[in-house]
Design a binder for this molecule. Structure first.
Ligand SMILES: CC(=O)Nc1cc[nH]c(=O)n1
Length: 104
């Protein structure tokens, strides 16, 4: 069973190591550093890799920086647009930094 999902459009960046962070709402803030997570695609829940959580840090939408965007393999305006689409109206986010452990 997968423990976290990502939209399919992010899969190639994650398995290539270009995306090393995910911004989530409070419902996914319970992960802990060192925890290894099976990762599936949101659309079909097909497993595609395992990641290890490095850190989970609260961050407000208006505190996001170019460094967060770099870790998402996006520009800061792109990142803010993506987050506003996924979590409309939400300001309180959690930055989950991760490393790639293995691919499917
Ligand atoms: C499925 C899902 O919520 N995926 C997300 C959400 C925020 N960031 C991200 O990389 N992926």
């Amino acid at each position: 069973m997968n423990e976290i999902t990502f939209f399919q459009r992010f899969e190639s960046d994650i398995v290539a190591g270009r995306k090393t962070i995910t911004l989530r709402d409070a419902s996914e803030s319970h992960f802990t550093p060192g925890q290894q997570l099976r990762v599936g695609r949101y659309e079909d829940d097909v497993y595609f890799c395992t990641i290890e959580v490095v850190s989970v840090t609260p961050v407000a939408l208006d505190e996001l920086t170019d460094e967060h965007a770099r870790q998402e393999n996006m520009t800061l305006p792109q990142l803010k647009e993506v987050i506003a689409e996924i979590y409309p109206g939400l300001n309180e986010l959690y930055a989950i930094v991760f490393t790639l452990v293995s691919k499917a």
